[in-house]
Design a protein around this ligand. Sequence first.
Ligand code: G1P
Ligand code: ZN
Length: 545
Amino acid sequence: MSIIKTVSTQPFPDQKPGTSGLRKKVKMFQTPHYLENFVQSIFLAVDGLKGSTIVMGGDGRYFNREALQVIIKMAAANGIARVMVGKGGILSTPAASCVIRKYGLKGGIILSASHNPGGPDGDFGIKYNIENGGPSPEHVTDAIFKQSLNMDSYRIFEAEDLNLDKPGETQLGTMTVQVFDSIIEYVELMESLFDFRKMENLIRSGEFSLIFDGMNAVTGPYARAIFEDRLGAPEGTVINGDPLPDFGGGHPDPNLKYADQLVAMMNSQGGPDLGAASDGDGDRNMILGKNFFVTPSDSLAVIAANAHLIPGYSGIISGIARSMPTSMAADRVAESMGIDCYETPTGWKFFGNLLDAGRVTFCGEESFGTGSSHIREKDGLWAVLFWLNMLAEKKDSVEGIVREHWKQFGRNYYSRHDYEGVDSEAAQLVMEGIRKRLPAMGGESLGGQTVAMADEFSYTDPVDGAVSTGQGIRIIFQNGSRIVFRLSGTGTEGATIRIYLEKYESDPARHDIDTQDALAELIAAAGEVSQIHEITGRDAPSVIT
Ligand code: G1P
Ligand code: ZN
């Protein structure tokens, strides 16, 4: 006989979701009742879950399977009618969004700490996605947090662990558990957007090669199914393609620092024509050409400018949205197309309303996130397929496409400097110091340039009027250059200060400068205005992207 147990508990004070769900150390999630409290808070705070169908799965990181078993049993005890679970507990963030939308589900629970390292000493995370397939907006995460502060018990079904490796259905009390293959669902969606025949012809022509780095995280199996099985790329095209609980000891963040194996391949003699990587849960992407790095901000702009070449986007592009710190390259494309460009706070959740209202087709963030109205999450493999389809159409190289783009629109030199694991108080001091200077900054000269305006970014959602304040400090110069300061909302250790730097250059004769050199004056100005080195004791950023 199986029974539903009610377990007494006490609230934890720190279950406030950040930029993307609740992220903590694995050890924290293993603290008795910690996981259960947060999951029960979701079941209590989200309206209408009783009797509904939701999807579940994760990026395969350490604690994924254990947590999933607990959450399934809690779902059964909380009146959920049906859960769809990714085979093997595997479900990329974009695949979750795809399935929620395709089957009209109530929502989904995704287990991931995205690009943060995994393993027993690494990070774990949970996010709840709503019925549009996207991350919970702030009023939902606020309600979950409020609920978590009032927990005194949770409900769980007492049963044996389920077999999550075999597709099929089983019953857990009144709830049906359906194990399904999310790869099939995801590939089908991609086939509806891109010209698979053209991409296959390019790959089979023998004149083009690509490498995809799964970074030992969730996208490997999806990428193999698409590039190797469906598009005919040779075996071995997908490297680090098996999801491992500790990501092979790596840091599954697709950037020039952490995807160093891929970068070395792309920079080697006779290297591949296209290189790409995705992160822990499959929503980020990095695009590389031979010896060439495409900044995520440029990628968004190039994608929007070439949308007419791609079957799924050959109609009308309604608009573009980018997060505030993302470079303004996309704005120039929007202007030339006569469409709107929206500037939102950092985090994909802010794109949801714009996409639902049909106001935008493409969205992007400088943090290696690109996506479109096809789902409500950023989508790593989608971006790679977009580039591949573009390459098949344009018969040009990655570098060639980007250089053409710069020639037409100008180049937005762009870089982000991260100071990770900084003492939290020191980080607050840095931000406070800049904040104090803001009112007097307009008209001031900084690093040889005059400040046009400086403020703390706040956003009013044009669809539902929701206001989000304190979304990063920005200094905008008269020549259009920008410096933005923000504290990360996804870290789990101390604080991370992010400095975003941008400078526009219209003259093609000046499009070949090393990015850090082009931004040198802004970098110095950022150091001066923030006193970051003096206050934190750090003399350089820990990561530059
Ligand atoms: C970071 C990125 C942000 C992205 C988020 C989730 O958040 O900067 O653009 O949406 O990860 O992938 P942050 O740590 O800056 O709060
Ligand atoms: Zn991610």
